[in-house]
Design a protein around this ligand. Structure first.
Ligand code: B12
Ligand code: SF4
Length: 583
């Protein structure tokens, strides 16, 4: 008997990655569709009736849950709060919930209310679950670390999403990476042997996307697209041919290691196939740190020259950087900023080192007794550490905040964009096609960014960009719009952090100040504390109004926590107060 299955992708909080504030310029709701769920959908039996709600583009209505027999969810750690709300809603309607994807796979013990965990790669675990479900004997956990041959993975059900709501479509070519960076959870989730799809399978997926109207930006989501170079080199000429026959409908981008720069043939093949951007895991310019984290592939060449070679070949470089390694030298903050500026990397995702569950780093820090709490799953703007760093934690956090605020100071950001515009080789497939979406973005950008607080820097960039590369206006506008997202993220993240740190500092000093209050002064002290609490709370609420409403909840949590701390102090003091003498 067929089931009515509802696939739900929980909401993601705004992060540097989400691009939330840039998407508004192009009238899109989210960056990418949930490829994991689309792939799972394709593996379900044909008689299952499947619908999908991606909560990042539409709300999850109670009626949708009510109508389903079974709710299947996929999530990353960063979606855990939203996932908890989805589970609660399903329970309210008495529906069975199935959870899969990276968060449950690495941390299912921490998730409550789920009926069936179908972990690891669905190719291995889903068929067993479906068979048991049909027999009415589905178990609580399906787990199997086996690494399936993805040459048999079916084409994702792209027909389930409305492509117009996303700024980019997504495809996967390979899983796994041959390297062994200490902090990485990819190799734990997907293994160290890169598994690839066949050429015809990949082209079929391109066809499927094309048929549902997919055009424009396309993310090949592999963690290391060049993990199996021999196979990639067989694939790329075919993709180039496919693109050429259809007048290059897709502008592709992917993730790779820096060693891409050493392979001219591969870079040229990628450019011919329509790749115009790669995301590199650079992590740090400090060679000693690269050595100690096991990122040997980044030591083979001078990384600055590598970035320039890739840009000069025709692909923008965006990259990830990490602070908080044990071997980070004192001057690492300035060196990271210097490297990113010199290299002309506008999209620089700088995060604090996070010990993700089930990684080599996690196991080492656990053995050293240095783990402190769970990861929030978001290392680019959560200003908390989940381990005890070697560098003084205060110094590390202050340095990190400085790096963020410097890098996303409009003048600094636009300087990198200009550098990139000047060094990027243009070719037939690299420049953005100007469609209605691009024109709309340009018009909105002109209006909103002209009247923004960084208007001068914006205009200087547009004018200088136009004179430097007149045919790359669309790229320049895209960079400016992304900049808007980064500036807004940075401003809000730092403002919320300021509120949190101020309140924590005040709470600590109040705790110290009430440690030795003389018995006779307790009553007076309580009155003072209550008045002080109310003044601080009012001041912070006023400050909160300057914070974007997406972030206000974090500031309000900090205010609520401050209130609880002061109320506790008052209760403790009241308990010590001598009893009133009857008149
Ligand atoms: C594309 C991608 C993104 C996209 C999001 C796209 C989207 N709409 O989902 C973007 C770039 C926005 C993104 C962002 C982030 N990402 Co991301 N991302 C990926 C990436 C590279 C590919 C995911 C993908 O599409 N894979 C292809 C599909 C087919 O595979 P899959 O989703 O894993 O699904 C398979 C199985 O997991 C399973 N499965 C999945 N769901 C379900 C559900 C059910 C019911 C079942 C049975 C099975 C099942 O079956 C599928 C087929 O085998 C992965 C790395 C990776 N290799 O998976 C990281 C990854 C998922 N991201 C990760 C992280 C940490 C982030 C960020 C939080 C990073 C940050 N520092 O801020 C951000 C935050 C999100 C935000 N606010 O925007 C982590 C998650 C770790 C974890 N344990 O939660 C991963 C694993 C990367 C890593 N280094 O660890 N990401
Ligand atoms: S190169 Fe990237 S995907 Fe591969 S192990 Fe290192 S961090 Fe992980």
């Amino acid at each position: 008997m067929g089931f009515k299955v509802l696939l739900v992708y929980p909401e993601m909080p705004p992060t540097y990655w989400s691009m939330k504030y840039a998407l508004r310029f192009i009238g899109k709701k989210a960056s990418f569709p949930p490829l994991g769920l689309l792939t799972v959908a394709a593996m379900l039996p044909e008689d299952f009736e499947v619908t999908l709600v991606d909560m990042n583009v539409e709300p999850l209505r109670e009626s949708a849950v009510e109508a389903a027999d079974l709710v299947l969810t996929s999530s990353m750690i960063v979606q855990k709060d939203s996932l908890a709300r989805v589970i609660a809603l399903c329970k309210k309607h008495g529906k069975r919930v199935v959870a899969g994807g990276p968060y449950p796979t690495t941390s299912y013990e921490r998730i409550e209310g789920v009926d069936h965990f179908v972990l690891n790669e669905a190719e291995v675990t889903l068929p067993r679950f479906i068979a048991d479900l049909a027999r009415g004997r589905a178990e609580h956990i399906y787990q199997d670390p086996g690494k399936p041959d993805i040459a048999f993975t079916p084409t994702p059900r792209f027909d389930l999403v409305n492509g117009k709501k996303y700024s980019s479509m997504a495809l996967q070519y390979s899983r796994g990476c041959p390297h062994s960076c200490e902090f990485c959870d990819i190799i734990e989730l997907f293994g160290r042997r890169p598994r690839v799809k066949t050429v015809s399978q990949f082209l079929r997926e391109l066809d499927a996307l094309y048929e549902v109207g997919g055009r424009g930006s396309l993310f090949v989501v592999d963690d290391n697209f060049i993990g199996n170079r021999k196979e990639v080199k067989r694939l790329l000429p075919q993709v180039a041919g496919w693109q050429q026959q259809r007048d290059y409908p897709f502008a592709l981008f992917t993730e790779s290691t820096v060693s891409l720069a050493e392979d001219d043939e591969l870079m040229d093949q990628m450019v011919s196939a329509g790749f115009n951007m790669v995301f590199l895991g650079i992590e740090t310019p400090d060679r000693c740190t690269l050595e100690s984290m096991g990122k040997k592939q980044n030591l083979k060449s001078d990384m600055l020259s590598s970035v320039r070679r890739i840009q000069a070949r025709g692909m923008e470089v965006s990259a990830g950087f990490i602070l908080g390694f044990d071997t980070d030298p004192e001057d690492i903050f300035d060196r990271q900023i210097g490297f990113i500026q010199d290299a002309g990397i506008p999209t620089a995702m700088v995060g604090l080192l996070t010990a993700a569950p089930n990684t080599q780093l996690y196991r080492r820090l656990a053995a050293e007794g240095r783990l402190t709490n769970d990861s929030s799953g978001n290392n680019t703007h959560d200003l908390r550490l989940n381990f005890v760093p070697k560098m003084d934690a205060g110094k590390l956090l202050a340095g990190y905040k400085r790096v963020l605020s410097e890098l996303y100071r409009p003048e600094m950001y636009f300087e990198r964009c200009l550098k990139l515009l000047r060094s990027l080789k243009t070719h037939k497939t690299s420049s953005r096609k100007v469609r209605l979406t691009e024109l709309r973005a340009f018009a909105l950008s002109l209006v909103r960014q002209t009247f923004s607080r960084y208007s001068l820097a914006y205009w200087k960039f547009l004018v200088r960009g136009f004179f430097a590369r007149p045919f790359m206006v669309a790229e320049a506008v895209t960079m400016a719009v992304k900049g808007h997202h980064f500036f807004k993220m940075t401003r809000n993240v730092l403002e919320v952090d300021h509120i949190k740190v101020t309140l924590e500092g005040l709470a600590r000093s109040l705790e110290r100040s009430v440690a030795n209050v003389a018995a006779g002064e307790i009553g007076e002290r309580i009155t003072e504390l209550a008045a002080y609490r109310d003044r601080v709370v009012a001041r912070m609420h006023a400050r909160c109004r300057r914070v974007n409403r997406d972030f206000r909840i974090y500031a309000e949590e900090a205010i609520a926590q401050f209130r609880v701390t002061v109320d506790d102090l008052i209760t403790r003091l009241a308990a010590d107060m001598p009893p009133a003498v009857p008149a």
